[in-house]
Design a protein around this ligand. Structure first.
Ligand SMILES: [Zn+2]
Length: 126
């Protein structure tokens, strides 16, 4: 398939299915293309989250739920909206090598939670 078409289709999917903002969806599509290229087996686990869901995650984290690896942020880029539509500027992607994934993200102008003081190896954002 034509790469440009793949990127467009993927960006649309990230926007419609995962609630990413149009701008971030385009950049995240490029990131995902490279993650495949480097055989990092990318698997999306989270995009847009409603404020209610984000609060649930925080409550579960505070209650000691070990499946929530990193404390959910109070002002998360996962909960952003624009004109009442989901417009997340964050996506969580599990990969086989978070360090290489973070380096790739840097190269395509996407920030990586891998570099946080408390690393969040699946979190990518703008
Ligand atoms: Zn995240």
């Amino acid at each position: 398939m034509d790469i440009q078409l793949w990127l467009q289709n993927t960006a649309q999917y990230l926007n419609k299915t995962w609630g990413l903002s149009p701008v971030f969806a385009t950049r995240a599509a490029l990131l995902i293309a490279y993650l495949y290229q480097y055989s990092l087996s990318p698997r999306i686990t989270s995009g847009y989250r409603s404020p209610e869901y984000q609060q649930q995650l925080t409550a579960r984290y505070n209650a000691g739920d070990k499946s929530i690896v990193v404390k959910p942020a109070e002002n998360s880029k996962h909960t952003l909206t624009f004109n009442n539509e989901p417009a997340s500027r964050a996506i969580d992607i599990v990969t086989s090598n978070p360090e290489v994934a973070a380096q790739i993200a840097k190269a395509v102008n996407v920030n990586a939670g891998y570099y946080f003081k408390t690393p969040d190896p699946v979190h990518f954002y703008i």
